[in-house]
Structure formats: structure tokens, C-alpha cells
Design a protein. Structure first.
Length: 134
């Protein structure tokens, strides 16, 4: 790997994370279908953006796992909102949602550990500084 490429990846990833948080909808009725669909769409946009950045080969599996979980979360949110009185299906989808959501911080820790193991420390003027704090 090239250190500059790894640093670039870390900065791009964290910049997209910040952008994603800024895109989250601010609708008054958070339980409305409109809110849920917009919320879900931001996860798809985030996953799409992450899929376009160059990823160091040794971390590509975690990166792909993170992206796939974003898609799973998006689908689960919309599916849960659209389910009509099907408790068994609701439990199944909720379980899938929880598994994907709960895995995300662990994946981010793995990515942060990758930077640490490769002695990549981000400076304060880099968006990648978030990786120093895991």
C-alpha cells in the first residue's frame, strides 16, 4: 500500500460520513413515511458515495461490509414502515436492521485499527482526524 493513498482513503471516508450526517432529513414528523423514505435515501446516497472511492486492498472487505450494511439499513427502514400488521415479518426485518446497525461501529473500529497498525495518524486539519479517536 502507499501511505498517501491510505491517508486519502481515510480523509475521503470521514468527509463522506460528515456529509451524510448533514444530509439526514429534518422533517417535523419523524414517524411519517416521507421522513423514513428520505432518511433511507440518505443511507443509499452515502453507500453509493463510499462505493466510488479508492479503497486499500487490505481493508476492502470491511469497507464493502460497511457499504452493504448501509443498504440493508435503508431497505429495512422502508420495509418496516410499509409493513401492515405482519408481526412475524416485522420481527425478521427488525432483526436484520439491528444486526446491520450494530455491526457498523465494529467495522469503523476495524478501519480505525487499520490506520493505527499502519502508523497513519491524521492531523487536526484533516477530516480523517476522527480515526485517531476510536
Amino acid at each position: 500500500y502507499r501511505r498517501d493513498d491510505v491517508r486519502k482513503y481515510g480523509n475521503q471516508f470521514s468527509e463522506l460520513l460528515v456529509d451524510h450526517k448533514l444530509l439526514l432529513p429534518t422533517i417535523e414528523e419523524e414517524d411519517s413515511m416521507e421522513y423514513i423514505k428520505k432518511y433511507s435515501d440518505t443511507y443509499v446516497q452515502y453507500a453509493d458515495a463510499l462505493s466510488k472511492i479508492q479503497v486499500p486492498r487490505s481493508i476492502s472487505e470491511d469497507h464493502l461490509y460497511f457499504i452493504n450494511n448501509l443498504y440493508k439499513i435503508s431497505v429495512a427502514l422502508v420495509t418496516l414502515a410499509e409493513i401492515n400488521n405482519d408481526p412475524i415479518f416485522s420481527v425478521l426485518i427488525l432483526n436484520q436492521y439491528n444486526q446491520a446497525r450494530d455491526a457498523q461501529p465494529k467495522i469503523l473500529i476495524n478501519i480505525a485499527n487499520y490506520f493505527e497498525l499502519n502508523d497513519i495518524i491524521f492531523s487536526e486539519n484533516e477530516t480523517g482526524i476522527m480515526w485517531n479517536n476510536f
